[in-house]
Ligand binder design. Structure first.
Ligand code: LLP
Length: 410
C-alpha cells in the first residue's frame, strides 16, 4: 500500500508529495485498502459465531470507524467519548463492549442506556457500582470480568498489562467470585470472561497460554452453573514495525487467530477479540517537512515540522518507525541523523542515529507504520495544532480531519 513508484513515494495510487503540497505538513495519511485487508483478515479467520471488536483507542477517526463498522467489526470502547463515537460510526450496540479500569458512574449510565453487549468490569467495587446503577435504572446489566492471568506478555513494560503488579483486571479466583456474585444479583447477568495481557506482542505463547487458561476457567464456571456466552482474548497481534507496510499482517493475523481461537472453540464458547494496532497500524504514515538541518560536534540533526506532539511513540516506548524521503535521490549520500521536532524537550525525536539519504531544508519525508496510537496520542503541547488526516482510496484521496486552527488553543 505504501512504496516507491519510480522515485516518488506513494500511498496506493497517490503520490504523497502531492498530498503534502495540497494539505501541508504534518499530515497523517491512511490507506483504505490496507485497513480493509487487515480488518477482513480478522473477519475471514474468526469462527462463525466469533466477533472482532475494533479497539477504538488505536485510531478513532470517525471515517475510519465508519469503514470498520460497515465491514462488520464490533467495537471495544474505553470511555464515554469512545462510546459516543462508536455509536455515531454505526457499530451495533450488541457488538460493542466497554473495557476499562476506571469507568465513572456517568459512563456506566451511558453504557446501560445504550444497551451494550457487555461491560467488562475490573474490580469488586466496580461490579457493585454497576449493580447499583443497573438497579436504579431498572435494567439488567450484562457483565464480563477481566481476569489478570499473571502472564508475561514479552513486550514493552508500559504496554504490558497481564501481571499481578499491573492495575488491570482481577486475579482468577477473585474473578470467579465476582461472576458468582453477578449470577445471584437481580440486575446483573454474567456473560463473559476477558483478558488483555498487553499490546505489541509478537509471540504466540503468551496468547495461547491466556486462551487456554480462560477456557479452563469458563468450563469450571459452567460446572458450577454459570454459563458464559463468550471468552474475550483482548487485543490483537503486534506489528512488524521495522518492515515496510508492517510486514505480512494478513497472514500473521490468520496464524494468530488459529492459535488463540482453538482452546476457546474446543471448550464450546464464542470467541471475541479486541484488535486495534494490527488493523490500522501499518495503514498510516505521518508526512513531515525538513525545516532545518544542523550539525553539532557529535550529531547531525534533521529538524522537521512534526514532533512528539504529533507522534509520541518513539519518545514514550523507544518505538522504531521507518522513515523514508518522499523523493528518492539515488545519488544522495547516506548520513546518520537524529530526526527531531521543534518541541522544547530533548525527548522530542522521531528517530535516533538513523541512516538516511542526505536531506535538505524543504525536503519531505514519511514516518511509516504510524496508523495506530499515533494521531490518537497527539496533543497541543507547546501550542501545537494537531495534524490533518487524509484517507487514500486508489487514486482518490480526501481529508478526513482538518488540521486544527488556533481557536482550539483557548
Ligand atoms: N483491548 C484492551 C482492553 C486494550 O487495553 C487494548 C490496548 C486493546 C484491546 C487493543 O490492543 P492492540 O490490538 O492494539 O494491541 N499506546 C500504546 C499501546 C497501548 C495499548 C493499550 N490497550 C502504543 O502506542 O504502543
Amino acid at each position: 500500500m505504501f512504496g516507491y513508484q519510480d522515485r516518488a513515494f506513494y500511498c496506493e495510487d497517490v503520490s504523497l508529495s502531492d498530498i503534502a503540497t495540497a494539505v501541508g505538513t504534518p499530515t497523517y495519511v491512511y490507506s483504505r485498502a490496507a485497513i480493509v485487508a487487515r480488518a477482513r483478515a480478522y473477519l475471514t479467520n474468526l469462527p462463525p459465531d466469533g466477533l472482532a471488536c475494533y479497539a477504538l483507542k488505536a485510531n478513532s477517526n470517525l471515517q475510519i470507524l465508519r469503514l470498520l463498522a460497515e465491514i462488520g467489526l464490533g467495537a471495544d470502547v474505553t470511555s464515554g467519548g469512545e462510546l459516543y463515537l462508536a455509536r455515531k460510526a454505526g457499530f451495533p450496540t450488541e457488538k460493542t463492549i466497554f473495557s476499562g479500569v476506571g469507568k465513572t458512574d456517568a459512563e456506566i449510565r451511558q453504557a446501560l442506556s445504550y444497551g451494550l453487549r457487555a461491560l467488562h468490569v475490573e474490580s469488586a467495587m466496580e461490579l457493585a457500582v454497576v449493580g447499583e446503577i443497573a438497579a436504579e435504572m431498572g435494567v439488567v446489566a450484562p457483565v464480563g470480568v477481566r481476569m489478570n492471568p499473571n502472564i508475561d506478555a514479552e513486550t514493552h513494560p508500559y504496554i504490558s498489562t497481564g501481571l499481578h503488579k499491573h492495575k488491570f483486571g482481577v486475579p482468577i479466583d477473585q474473578g470467579i467470585a465476582l461472576l458468582q456474585q453477578a449470577q445471584e444479583h437481580a440486575f446483573l447477568r454474567p456473560v463473559s470472561i476477558a483478558s488483555h495481557i498487553g499490546s505489541q506482542i509478537r509471540s504466540l505463547n503468551p496468547y495461547a497460554e491466556a486462551a487456554q487458561l480462560l477456557s479452563d476457567v469458563a468450563q469450571e464456571l459452567k460446572t458450577a452453573g454459570i454459563s458464559l456466552n463468550y471468552i474475550d482474548i483482548g487485543g490483537g497481534w503486534g506489528l512488524d514495525y521495522e518492515a515496510m507496510n508492517g510486514g505480512d499482517g494478513v497472514t500473521e493475523i490468520g496464524r494468530w487467530l488459529d492459535e488463540v481461537k482453538k482452546p476457546i472453540d474446543q471448550a464450546g464458547f464464542k470467541f471475541v477479540a479486541e484488535p486495534g494496532r494490527s488493523i490500522v497500524g501499518s495503514a498510516g504514515c505521518l508526512l513531515a517537512q525538513v525545516v532545518y538541518t544542523k550539525q553539532s560536534a557529535v550529531k547531525n540533526f534533521l529538524i522537521t515540522d512534526a514532533g512528539m506532539s504529533d507522534l509520541i511513540r518513539p519518545t514514550l516506548y523507544q518505538a522504531y518507525h521507518p522513515i523514508v524521503p518522499l523523493v528518492c535521490d539515488t545519488t544522495a549520500p547516506e548520513q546518520v541523523v537524529d530526526v527531531v521536532g521543534p518541541i522544547c524537550e530533548s525527548s522530542d525525536f522521531l528517530a535516533k542515529d538513523r541512516s538516511l539519504p542526505q536531506m535538505e531544508r524543504g525536503d519531505l519525508l514519511a514516518v511509516l507504520n504510524a496508523g495506530a496510537y499515533s494521531f490518537a496520542m497527539s496533543s497541543n503541547y507547546n501550542g501545537r495544532l494537531r495534524p490533518a488526516e487524509v484517507l487514500v482510496n486508489g487514486s482518490e484521496w480526501h481529508i478526513i480531519r482538518s488540521r486544527e486552527t488556533f481557536d482550539v488553543l483557548h
